[in-house]
Design a protein around this ligand. Structure first.
Ligand code: GLY
Length: 379
């Protein structure tokens, strides 16, 4: 018998910058001209049909007129495009235009686009570089930052994907003004989640400044508040990702509100936007945490009030039964040994670490049922 030891120790530096500002196409072009990426001769801009109209066409004109070889590929707008079929279609488009290892993908849009385009970049020719140009608060707060990429399956969201960091992220605050209020609000749920789990002062800031962000039916978007939101989201998220990029434990806390939230999003057939579902998931988490003795009732009320102040409808949709919701929670990626697991707050700005060191814990179905029944009776 013979044995050969493969020695493949990995030393990596995947560090990158996040540029937060307004109208950043020229900054991106400047970066490309100044050697941000080596050995890239073609750029595939991946976007959706809505973003194409506002930003995609002008961007591709700027890229071409600066001498870059580029093409734009657009999938229909909406979470439903984040699937394996779109990935295959885009890959075929890239191949038909002779994109290869010397290419770079630019994900231009919100979270659906960056998840899909980032996933393609991670597997196309075994991995090519990508840049993210974020055009929504939701993606600035979550999907475009942190290097998770994925597509959804009919069973559940984000089940197939990779960890693959972009080479740079651009967060264009001006794009937020073109968002429908519903889309913008959806991004606030991830922002509130960050405050709930890690930063009491930021939570208070949101309580005090929500009226400078939006009212019930109008975006206000005070410039300094927007910049603060973008920066705080990055600081809080990367405070976690830099410690546990591959989610061996700590990164689970970014899943706060997602055990129930993702299940609601899928069961609504994506009629609810991601953040709208996560807002309800955050309330379910808070009420469960209270029942289990981790969170005071006043804290649950404050969390619920902040989400209501942001304009979220916090009722579980009537079309979804508690049984369906619990069944769907079993597709959550935190499920271990057949048990549904939750991440819980242990205060405002704090998450609970359990005796075994884990930041998530199994919860019995019966307790979840009780909370869901309570919420449905009150709605
Ligand atoms: N969206 C959760 C994470 O990035 O880990």
């Amino acid at each position: 018998m013979s044995k050969y030891h493969v020695s493949l120790t990995r030393v990596m530096d995947d560090s990158y910058d996040i540029e937060i500002g307004r109208d950043l196409f020229d900054t991106l072009l400047h970066d490309l001209k100044n050697g941000l990426l080596e050995n890239v001769s073609k750029f595939a801009v991946i976007t959706d049909t809505k973003v194409q109209e506002y930003y995609g066409d002008p961007f591709i004109r700027k890229l071409s007129s600066s001498g870059f070889i580029c093409d734009l590929f657009a999938v229909p707008a909406g979470e439903k495009s984040k699937n394996r079929a779109s990935k295959a279609w885009l890959e075929d488009q890239l191949l038909s235009k002779a994109y290869g290892r010397d290419s770079c993908i630019i994900a231009l849009g919100g979270g659906m686009v960056s998840d899909l385009a980032g996933f393609i970049a991670s597997t196309f020719c075994r991995g090519i570089p990508y840049l993210t140009y974020s055009t929504t608060l939701l993606s600035a707060a979550d999907a475009s930052v942190g290097g998770k990429t994925a597509v959804n399956t009919p069973v559940a969201t984000n089940l197939i994907g990779t960890f693959y960091q972009p080479r740079k992220v651009y967060i264009d605050l001006n794009t937020w003004t073109s968002l429908p209020i519903r889309e913008f609000r959806s991004g606030l749920a991830e922002t509130i989640k960050h405050a709930c789990m890690q930063d009491y002062e930021f939570f208070v800031y949101l309580e005090q400044n929500m009226n400078r962000i939006l009212t019930a039916d109008r975006l206000i978007l005070d410039a300094s508040v927007c910049e603060h939101l973008a920066l705080k989201n990055c600081e809080i998220k990367y405070g976690v990702v830099e410690k546990d990029e591959k989610e061996s434990n700590l990164r689970q806390i970014l899943n706060l509100g997602h055990t129930a939230g993702r299940a609601i999003e899928t069961l609504s057939n994506y009629e609810l936007l991601h953040g709208e579902a996560i807002a309800i998931g955050l309330v379910i988490q808070a009420r469960l945490a209270n029942k289990l003795g981790y969170l005071h009732e006043q804290e649950v009320n404050r969390i619920t009030q902040l989400l209501a102040l942001a304009g979220f409808n916090l009722n579980i949709p009537h079309s979804i039964t508690p049984k369906e919701l619990i069944d769907k929670m079993y597709t959550d990626k935190k499920v271990r040994s057949g048990k549904i697991r939750f991440v819980f707050q242990s205060g405002i700005g704090k998450v609970k670490q359990f005796d075994d060191g884990s930041f998530s814990v199994p919860v019995e179905e019966q307790i979840i049922y009780e909370i869901l029944d309570e919420m449905i009776r009150m709605s």
